[in-house]
Design a binder for this molecule. Structure first.
Ligand code: 3H9
Length: 698
């Protein structure tokens, strides 16, 4: 094997003394094969350098008479994982991806793509212009552009259906979910699964030469599996999932074009729709969220390479809905959990709920019975808190009461081993006060899970005044292990998410007194993109959470609803009446309570516009977000957005409250707040006056 040194940026590769292609692309030879290796960490994204290098290497390999076939492979953890998203929206540089692909597809010498890791987006689109594809068993293949508010813009929508058929392609581009190597082989997306990638790909390429196999070009194939009416049927079936998003429809139209038009015309449709999405606000928001999510895991001032504490066993105190859900996260990740309750009956009920949840997942085919047994086998239920003595991490998930929590942490302090992390799942309470009940406040923090804790992606990691950096870093890493998106919050009432939610709830309640009705408020927020509005949410959570008949003074609408026996979804009566299928209709009882309340307070009810509802529910949240930033309770504006997208159903295509406020314009937000009698936060007022934004991303 020898290594060719190639000259950069030249179309004339005729002379033999070649110079380096570039820093991220290599061409070596192995007998009659040219092996192009891309090495551009972390994920070999198709940056300008990679495109230039690939174009140069292809030209060199084609020009070299000694090279008869070409293998395209990547170094590091993955095959090309897509276009370089950080280049989007910036002035174009380097070779155009389409031109690079044309060099591969039109190469007179067979090109074999050798795939490991994740061949995603532009990466799969590059693989699709190779004449053959081989992969290791662990490789994954997907076109996830839809998750960035885009569609595959490098021929993916036209080539993928020519390989996997119209239906599978439709599913893959609209969900963005990748498939594994086995499925890829079944669908003909890869030609072979190999053990050793490089050796296997070289072997395969030699076979292509030895057997004189043809230069397969995907573009020349027909699209199979097209059925009358399939696209409209798919639109109808997915309408709920795709609600509000622009990209899924554009993706469908592209596959439809592939199914009905010649290849080049389909490519033109893809190009047009791609550019439309790329320049739109939704994709901008979704790309921002992609980076914001990764940024959230980074804690300012902490060394990312510092050693972490071990988290090999976990204790959970409380086997209620939250405790059980929290435990499941760790069981799913293969971490043993000891779960503690005070009464046998509560413990049994909690364990039974966990099992039922797993059984339901297994019944849906998303887990095997053996998986259920493995997970349940990792769970140790007990009434003895002393059993937590060996746990690396203990999470308290009991009733939201400061005295109770302090008592538990005081006892835990005497039980847990030195170095163990002690966490509270409190959603509002002062973590510093809880920490002060122990002799080791540096090892205490908040881990605020969202319900259902085994499903919701958000984890607020609450950093106490004394929380040690290593403890915090370990919590952030642990969050990643259990598949959560973690955001650091300082200690304040309700932390980031609930503190902002409180503003929305306050306005929503005021609006129904002033003249709106719950269904109007809910509709406006649903149309904005939330899965449900505030009153539906209250019904779902239960109107009587934190309410008791003994202490009720009948002073608020909520008191009166509860006193009238309205509890929300759990008893079928709340702001809405619910039938057995949970279909809802506005409750005349609730409406009368609201109207009577307003009359009693002397409110002259008026018509409230949808625009006012939206502004009054959302701008005060943004304002609170600004205060959270001012007080340094959140590290950055984008962390707030990540909280709201992953914990409260803020539509991702609107980028979170802070990004959204930027897109509206902060001067407009500040002016409207003033109009509604709310003083803009100092940060908001300043940014608005300076014509600046929270995120700098719009
Ligand atoms: C596309 O291809 C459009 C085309 O149709 C063509 C248009 C003409 N670009 O996630 P991780 C960074 S659209 C730039 O933590 P993991 C990421 O920010 C693209 N940077 O690792 C992070 O940086 P940092 C279609 C990227 O192992 C670091 O890499 N492709 C890109 O958990 C590690 O990332 C996709 O949408 C990128 N494409 O997961 C795939 N990808 O360390 C997007 C990653 O500074 N990527 N980075 O925070 C992923 O899904 C995951 O990153 C992946 C690895 C599964 C690859």
């Amino acid at each position: 094997m020898y290594r060719l040194l190639l000259r950069c940026n030249s179309d004339d590769w005729g002379d033999a003394e070649m110079t380096a292609i570039n820093a991220v692309t290599d061409l070596t030879t192995d007998g009659e094969l040219g092996v192009i290796t891309i090495d551009s960490p972390p994920v070999n994204a198709l940056s300008a350098d990679v495109r230039d290098g690939l174009a140069g290497a292809m030209a060199a390999a084609v020009a070299d008479d000694a090279v008869k076939a070409i293998v395209l492979i990547c170094a590091g953890r993955t095959f090309i994982a897509g276009a370089d998203i950080s280049e989007f929206g910036k002035p174009p540089r380097g070779a155009a991806l389409h031109d690079v692909q044309a060099r591969i597809e039109n190469s007179p010498k067979p090109v074999v793509a050798a795939i490991h890791g994740t061949a995603l987006g532009g990466g799969l689109e590059v693989a699709l212009v190779a004449h053959y594809r081989v992969a290791v068993l662990s490789a994954k293949f997907g076109l996830p552009e839809v998750k960035l508010g885009l569609l595959p813009g490098a021929g993916g929508t036209q080539r993928l259906p020519r390989v996997v058929g119209a239906r599978k392609a439709l599913e893959m581009v609209t969900t963005g979910t990748p498939i594994g190597a086995k499925a890829a082989a079944e669908f003909g997306l890869i030609d072979a699964i190999v053990d050793d990638l490089r050796a296997g790909a070289i072997h395969f390429a030699r076979r292509v030469l030895a057997e004189n196999l043809p230069l397969h070009r995907v573009r020349d194939k027909p699209v199979l599996g097209v059925e009358e009416g399939m696209f409209d049927a798919y639109r109808r079936a997915q309408a709920k999932t795709f609600r509000g998003f622009e990209a899924p429809e554009a993706n469908i139209q592209c596959i439809e074009a592939a199914a009905t038009l010649p290849f080049d015309e389909g490519m033109a449709v893809e190009r047009r729709l791609f550019m439309g999405l790329m320049t739109g606000l939704q994709s901008k928001a979704q790309r921002y969220v992609f980076f914001a999510e990764r940024q959230a895991n980074k804690v300012d001032g902490l060394d990312p390479d510092a050693p972490l504490l071990p988290v090999k066993s976990v204790g959970v105190i409380g086997a209620g809905t939250m405790g059980g859900g929290i435990a499941m996260n760790f069981l799913n990740a293969g971490v043993p959990v000891t779960i503690v309750e005070t009464r046998q009956e509560a413990l049994d009920r909690g364990v039974a709920t966990i099992r039922r949840n797993y059984d339901n997942t297994a019944a849906k085919g998303r887990m095997t019975a053996a998986d259920v047994d493995t997970r349940m086998g990792l769970l140790t239920p007990t009434l003895d808190m002393g059993a937590l003595k060996d746990a690396d991490l203990v999470i308290e998930a009991v009733f939201e009461n400061m005295d109770l929590k302090k008592d538990i942490f005081g006892r835990l302090d005497g039980i847990a081993k030195p170095g163990a992390i002690l966490a509270s799942n409190t959603s509002y309470l002062n973590v510093d006060e809880i920490a002060a009940a122990t002799s080791r406040p540096d090892h205490v923090l908040g881990l605020h899970f969202f319900s259902p804790a085994n499903v919701m992606r958000l984890l607020e990691v609450v950093r106490g005044a004394k929380t040690d950096g290593q403890v915090l870093a370990t919590a952030m890493a642990t969050a990643k292990t259990i598949g959560k998106v973690a955001v650091v919050s300082g200690v304040c009432h309700g932390f980031i998410g609930n503190r902002m939610l409180e503003q929305r709830q306050r306005q929503a309640m005021a609006l129904i007194v002033e003249g709106a009705l719950p269904e109007q408020v809910d509709r406006v927020l649903f149309d904005f993109g939330f899965p449900m509005g505030p009153f539906q949410m209250s019904d779902l959570a239960g109107l009587d959470i934190g309410w008791s008949a003994e202490t009720s003074k009948g002073e608020t609408i909520r008191d009166r609803l509860c006193e009238a026996g309205l509890r929300g979804q759990k008893n079928g009566r709340g702001f809405y009446d619910y039938d057995a299928q949970r279909n809802r209709t506005p409750s005349p009882v609730a409406e009368k309570i609201i109207l009577d309340y307003a009359a009693e307070k002397g409110v002259n009810r008026r018509e409230v516009s949808d625009a006012e509802i939206l502004e009054r529910c959302l701008y005060p949240m943004v304002n609170e977000g600004a205060k959270i930033l001012e007080e340094k309770m959140a590290q950055r504006a984008s962390d707030i957005d990540i909280v709201w997208i992953n914990g409260y159903g803020w539509p991702v295509y609107r980028g979170g409250p802070m990004f959204w406020a930027d897109s509206v314009g902060l001067a407009k937000v500040a002016e409207a707040l003033g109009r509604y009698g709310i003083a803009p936060a100092a940060l908001l007022a300043r940014l608005a006056a300076e014509g600046k934004s929270f995120t700098g991303a719009v």
